[in-house]
Design a protein around this ligand. Structure first.
Ligand SMILES: NC(=O)c1ccc[n+]([C@@H]2O[C@H](COP(=O)([O-])OP(=O)(O)OC[C@H]3O[C@@H](n4cnc5c(N)ncnc54)[C@H](O)[C@@H]3O)[C@@H](O)[C@H]2O)c1
Length: 329
C-alpha cells in the first residue's frame, strides 16, 4: 500500500472531488480543512460525509497556516510524500472585503505546506492550486503559461501568483518537485455557492433578480469538475524532473479551451430549468476580468490531459445535482 496522499481543502469543491477520485482509485487519503464559514459550512460537511464512506479516508480539521498543527499532523498521519494542496481563501471579489484572509491562507498557508514537504524524506510531488486570475487583464488569447503574468488585478490573483513564485524558489533551493495548476472557472455538482452557475441557478429557481456584471459582456473558459480532476490526477502522477537550468517546478493551465459567452451560459441554465432569469445588468466589478481562455498545449503534451465536457453536458449535470441536493423545483 502506498503512503496516504494529503489533500488540503478536502471539504472544498475541488478538494472533495480530488479526494473522492483518489479514494475510488484505491489510494489512502488524509484530508484537511479548517471548515471556515466563507460559504455555507453545511455544504462542506455534506461533502465530507460522502468521503467518510471510504475506509481509507481520514479527516483532520486544522488551519494550514498553523505550523504546530501541521507538524502534529505530519507526525501522526504522515509523512506525506504526495500532496495535493487546494486549501485557499478563494474568490476574487471577497479579496476586496477581507484581504487578511488571503494572506493568511494563501501565502502563510502555502509556505507552511512547502516547509512540511521540504523536511520530508523522499518527497515525490506537491501539486498546488494557482488560478487563471494570474493572467489579470492580459488580452492576448488564449492565455499561455509562457505569457507574462505580472499585473494581477486583485489581491486574490496576487496571492496565487505569489504562490507560484514561492514554489519556484523552493524547488530551486531544495529540489522539491512541484506543479502549480492554473484552474479556469470550475463548475459542476457540489460546486461553490459564490460562483456564477450556483448564483444564477439559485436566483432563477427562487424568482429573484439576478445581477449580471459588465452588462453580460464577459467570456469564460468554463471547465467541468471531472475534467479538472482528470488534470489534477494526471499531473500528480507525472512529477517534474530537474533540468540543467530548470528546477523541478512547472505551471500548467487546466481549462476547457473554449471561451464561452456569459449570456449563452445563462440561456443554457434557463433552458435546463425551463424558467426565465430576471436579469439586473450591472457595470464591471472591481478586480474582475472580461475574458479567460486557456491554452493547454503543455498540459496535454506532458500529462495527456484532454478536457471532454462541454457546457451543454455540464450545466444539466450541475442542475440535476442542485435540484436533488436542495429539493428545488
Ligand atoms: N473553483 C474555481 O473555479 C477555481 C479557479 C481557480 C483556482 N481555484 C483554486 O482551487 C482551489 C480550490 O478551490 P475551490 O473552488 O475548491 O474552493 P473552496 O473554497 O470550495 O475550497 C477551499 C477549501 O479550503 C479551506 N480552507 C481555506 N483556508 C484554509 C486554511 N487556512 N486551512 C485549512 N483549510 C482552509 C476552505 O474551508 C475550503 O473548504 C483554491 O486554491 C482556489 O483558489 C479554484
Amino acid at each position: 500500500m502506498n503512503n496516504p496522499i494529503l489533500v488540503t481543502g478536502a471539504a472544498g469543491f475541488i478538494g472533495f472531488h480530488t479526494a473522492l477520485r483518489l479514494l475510488q482509485k484505491g489510494e489512502a487519503v488524509v484530508g484537511i480543512d479548517n471548515l471556515n464559514d466563507y460559504y455555507d459550512v453545511s455544504l462542506k460537511e455534506a461533502r465530507l460525509q460522502q468521503l467518510d464512506n471510504f475506509e481509507n479516508f481520514t479527516f483532520v480539521k486544522l488551519d494550514i497556516a498553523d505550523k504546530a498543527d501541521m507538524e502534529k499532523l505530519w507526525s501522526s498521519q504522515g509523512p506525506f510524500t504526495r500532496v495535493v494542496h487546494l486549501a485557499a481563501q478563494a474568490g476574487v471579489r471577497y479579496s476586496l472585503e477581507n484581504p487578511y484572509a488571503y494572506i493568511s491562507s494563501n501565502c502563510m498557508g502555502h509556505l507552511t505546506v512547502m516547509e512540511m514537504c521540504r523536511h520530508t524524506e523522499n518527497f515525490q510531488h506537491l501539486v498546488y492550486a494557482s488560478s487563471s486570475s494570474v493572467y489579470g487583464g492580459n488580452d492576448k488569447m488564449p492565455f499561455s503559461v509562457k505569457d507574462e503574468v505580472n499585473k494581477p488585478l486583485s489581491l486574490y490573483a496576487a496571492t496565487k501568483r505569489s504562490d507560484e513564485m514561492m514554489s519556484y524558489s523552493y524547488s530551486h533551493l531544495y529540489g522539491i518537485p512541484q506543479t502549480g495548476l492554473r484552474f479556469f472557472t470550475v463548475y459542476g455538482p457540489w460546486g461553490r455557492p459564490d460562483m456564477a452557475l450556483f448564483i444564477f441557478t439559485k436566483a432563477i429557481c427562487e424568482g429573484q433578480k439576478m445581477p449580471v456584471f459588465n452588462h453580460g459582456q464577459m467570456k469564460r473558459d468554463f471547465t467541468y469538475i471531472d475534467d479538472i480532476i482528470d488534470g489534477v490526477v494526471a499531473t500528480l502522477d507525472t512529477p517534474p524532473e530537474s533540468g540543467e537550468e530548470q528546477p523541478p517546478h512547472r505551471v500548467f493551465n487546466i481549462g476547457n479551451t473554449r471561451s464561452e459567452d456569459l449570456m449563452d451560459f445563462i440561456h443554457l441554465i434557463e433552458k435546463e430549468l425551463g424558467m426565465k432569469a430576471d436579469i439586473d445588468f450591472k457595470g464591471m466589478q472591481d478586480g474582475d476580468v472580461q475574458e479567460t481562455y486557456a491554452d493547454i498545449e503543455e498540459t496535454t503534451a506532458l500529462t495527456g490531459y484532454v478536457p471532454k465536457t462541454t457546457i451543454n453536458e455540464g450545466i444539466p449535470r450541475f442542475i440535476a445535482w442542485y435540484k436533488d441536493y436542495y429539493g428545488a423545483a
